[in-house]
Design a protein around this ligand. Structure first.
Ligand code: GLN
Length: 433
């Protein structure tokens, strides 16, 4: 059987094959030696299935696609306050290798430009440069789900040609921003940038971010969700350098490009995408890579601000089942906005019923804010002499091992029966509200 999605992605790749605009990065001499026609696309679903198209298994150096991952590792290791003290989160609108810091704090403006990335490396706690690089490589490998290796030729090439980055590192050192010897930190930076990946690896690394830090292929939690949220935020605002605004408008996914020709893009909760095409535009982003991502986003509706359920109500139905008992059937995702709708409706209607049954057995997902609101709703109803009954067979609101489990019912029929019992036994004083 032909695979529909595979065919579709193959076709998108083929449509972009003829584009030959852009030039290879040559300020790192070894990068000018790669095959300019290489073109790969990989897309990982959130459960870890990867579609591979074209040269999806061709290796190239990760270069700046490394930056969000090292930033995540720094956040993971020393926490956001310590990282924030050294690296900002403001977009610069400048080129990736701009020699720039914040005028007042002297800290790099964000972790996606070289100054911020070099600082992030210096924040990773380790006794030696080798130990620091090992932490970085292990972390990247855990995100990709396979051990990644350094391209020694590219590493040597950048090390001997890197006056610009040396200038940045020494400037940071002079401002007291850098932790450690600038040459040692730079050496780790060059090794990190020379790690070899494929589009498939980038798709898997993206999927790990999409899954809030859980690698869907290995099942390992690699990054904390709060760290992922922060990392995706800076990818969204700063990941494509001075083309970030255009990218967010047209593609609408947190992403990061590198001068090796790679791009990783993430659709939170849904997809990780890896693209490779080494000819770069004036802003250092892969020309064909950007075009493919634009087409994927437009044709598959991947912009993260596409709102899928704009008119879908959290309340599936409201019905009166006699004797002043009203049943609210809730479905979908019960996050803050959904729980707000349920509590507001039940509060506004409280004079129309005496007992309310809330059926959450069809709720897919819930968060703490929604749980707190629902718990508060029961208490509020009591102050006006009403009673709420919860149908929660799967322990969505009241976990199955909770000591309060007796307050939850398995079926609507059970809850309605309990409501009738309550109505017939409640104190007379509460009868008239
Ligand atoms: N190693 C490269 C550099 O520092 C990475 C730049 C990039 O990919 N944008 O110049």
């Amino acid at each position: 059987m032909t695979d529909l999605v595979q065919n579709y992605l193959d076709r998108i790749l083929a449509e972009h094959e003829p584009i030959t605009e852009g030039v290879l990065a040559d300020y790192i001499p070894e990068l000018a030696a790669v095959d300019p026609t290489g073109f790969g696309l990989a897309l990982s679903s959130s459960d870890g299935y990867v579609y591979r198209c074209g040269d999806a298994d061709t290796e190239f150096t990760i270069q700046s696609v490394s930056k969000p991952f090292t930033y995540a590792l720094a956040l993971q290791k020393i926490g956001a306050p310590a990282v924030d003290a050294r690296i900002g989160v403001e977009p610069t609108g400048e080129a990736f290798n701009e020699i720039s810091v914040d005028d007042e704090t002297k800290a790099p403006k964000n972790p996606m430009i070289n100054a911020g990335a070099i600082t992030a490396i210096s924040l990773i706690p380790a006794a030696t440069p080798d130990a620091r690089f090992a932490l970085i490589r292990d972390f990247f490998s855990a995100c990709a789900g396979r051990p990644l290796e350094v391209d020694e030729a590219v590493y040597e090439s950048e090390r001997t040609a890197g006056s610009r980055n040396r200038a940045i590192a020494y400037m940071l050192d002079s401002f007291g921003v850098l932790d450690g010897d600038p040459d040692e930190v730079l050496d780790v930076y060059y090794r990190q940038c020379a790690l070899k990946v494929t589009s498939t690896d980038l798709a898997r690394m993206g999927a790990t971010l999409a899954r809030t830090g859980l690698n869907p292929m290995t099942g390992r939690r690699v990054i904390d969700p709060a760290v992922v949220r922060r990392t995706l935020s800076v990818m969204l605002t700063c990941g494509m350098y001075d083309a970030a605004g255009d990218w967010v408008s047209a593609v609408g996914m947190p992403a990061k490009s590198g001068v090796g020709g790679g791009i990783v893009a993430v659709l939170p909760g849904q997809l990780g995408i890896g693209v490779y095409s080494p000819r770069l535009g004036p802003k250092g982003n892969s020309v064909r890579g950007v075009r493919v991502c634009r087409s994927l986003s437009a044709q598959l509706g991947l912009h993260f601000l596409n709102v899928t359920r704009e008119s879908r109500s959290t309340l599936r139905s409201v019905s009166d089942v006699g004797d002043g008992v009203r049943v609210y059937e809730v479905h979908g995702d019960l996050l803050f906005a959904g729980a707000e709708q349920v509590t507001r409706t039940a509060q506004r209607q409280h004079e129309e019923y005496t007992a309310a049954v809330f059926d959450v057995s069809r709720v897919d997902d819930i968060n703490d804010a929604a749980r707190t609101l629902l718990a508060g709703l029961a208490a509020t109803l009591q102050t006006v002499g009403k009673h709420g009954f919860l149908v929660d067979p799967d322990g969505i609101v009241v976990p199955l091992d909770s000591p309060h489990r007796a307050a939850a019912y398995e079926t609507v029929a059970d809850a309605v029966a309990a409501a009738h019992t309550w109505l017939s036994t409640r104190p007379a004083a509460a009868v008239d509200d």
